[in-house]
Design a protein around this ligand. Structure first.
Ligand SMILES: [Ca+2]
Ligand SMILES: [Ca+2]
Ligand SMILES: [Ca+2]
Length: 369
């Protein structure tokens, strides 16, 4: 798993650029070399403030001293750049962005992104970036720039999700459980449209063999919808099951099944980069069919080479192929069957009158549901 600690530094460089761009505009006589010297001096002062903070652990809480405040925010990599940028705003600065709605912890589905975008109606982020940059308020400009980046991310998710869904429906016109059920999920390795929504995910983890690695998480972490939360301390990561070196994990679908549809059929939500695993599938958990290796950064698998369209698979087994990374073995957040079949478990008494073969009205309603 790759640890993502570089973005605050990117933001940080961007802030310096912003502040200096505003300055440069006002001092047109300034030479390029003066400008670069000034930029370097500013970068050095922030770097020193960071060092001091790391050494003394002090939070000066001095609102006029932005380098110290940024030093604090830079050392806190668990938080998103928006949370960090907000945390170190002064009360007066917070007042100026009080119309900014909270940002979700993560966009798990395209619906989260849609809701976030609709909560932003009436907030002029672009205008504020320009305004605060003109006022030379680096903390506020930084906050708005972070916010803008998140907004753009949400817009991309919504746009790509619509495209993906249209493509799936075009390839599989008969698989449609309704607009309310089908959802597009966001993974670190791309989006996936699941026509059966939350029911698409693995329901049980009957078996896991952990041989060696850095840490053994509960195997149930790979059940249900994606819920991975990346933490600064890798061992505190939430929601993943790490296979460990050469380890195996078996999951079971109980309210749905894996079937071969047109295009990919299985999607593995992995934290960080995709690590090579072997994939086997089974109808009964006893007889296994080898699908082959999942690798090359792809999270989705097509089972068409080994499955007939009428085959229903309830078990999936992943085997780690011994690669070394910061957490050894593939780190699984969730596993979803794209090629969805739903299993109806309805009580026969609801459907039929005793001794009769005709469906009762209640039974018809239940099937429709
Ligand atoms: Ca399920
Ligand atoms: Ca397929
Ligand atoms: Ca999980």
């Amino acid at each position: 798993m790759k640890n993502k600690i570089c973005y605050p530094i990117v933001l940080f460089v961007m802030l310096i650029a912003f502040a200096n761009f505003a300055n440069a505009q006002q001092n047109k006589n300034e030479t390029a070399s003066d400008y670069l010297t000034k930029m370097k001096a500013m970068a050095d002062s922030i770097k020193n403030a960071r060092k001091d903070y790391k050494k003394n652990g002090s939070n000066t809480n001095n609102n006029s001293n932005f380098p110290a405040r940024y030093a604090n925010s830079m050392s806190d990599t668990k938080k998103t750049s928006i949370e960090n940028a907000y945390k170190y705003l002064s009360p007066a600065e917070k007042e100026k962005v009080k119309n900014y709605p909270p940002v979700p912890e993560a966009f798990r589905t395209s619906i989260d992104a849609e809701e976030f975008l609709s909560s932003l109606k009436g907030v002029d982020i672009n205008g504020d970036v320009q305004k605060f940059s003109k006022e030379k308020s680096v903390p506020l400009t930084g906050y708005c720039v972070s916010y803008l980046t998140t907004k753009q991310k949400a817009e991309t998710i919504v746009k790509d999700a619509a495209k993906l869904k249209a493509e799936f429906i075009k390839n599989n016109p008969s698989i449609n459980f309704g607009a309310v059920i089908g959802k597009t999920y966001v993974s670190e390795n791309g989006l996936v449209y699941l026509p059966l929504g939350d029911a698409s995910f693995a329901d049980e983890a009957p078996d896991a063999k952990y041989i060696s690695g850095n840490i053994q998480f509960p195997k149930e972490n790979c059940i249900g919808t994606p819920d991975y939360v990346s933490m600064n301390d890798l061992k505190k990561n939430k929601g993943i099951y790490s296979l460990g070196l050469n380890g195996t994990l078996t999951i079971k679908f109980t309210n749905n099944a894996l079937v071969d549809v047109n295009g990919p059929d299985l999607f593995v939500f992995e934290a960080g980069q995709i690590e090579p695993t072997n994939l086997d599938i089974s109808k009964d958990g006893i007889n296994w069919i080898s699908v082959g290796k999942i690798s090359g950064g792809t999270a989705s698998v097509d089972i068409s080479k080994v499955a007939k369209p009428t085959d229903y698979f309830y078990y999936v087994r992943l085997t780690d192929l011994n690669t070394t990374s910061s957490i050894a073995g593939a780190d699984i957040d969730a596993i979803a069957a794209i090629g969805a079949a739903i299993k109806l478990s309805l009580n026969a008494e609801v459907l039929f009158d005793l001794g009769k073969a005709n469906l009762k009205p209640d039974g018809i309603a239940a099937i429709k549901n």
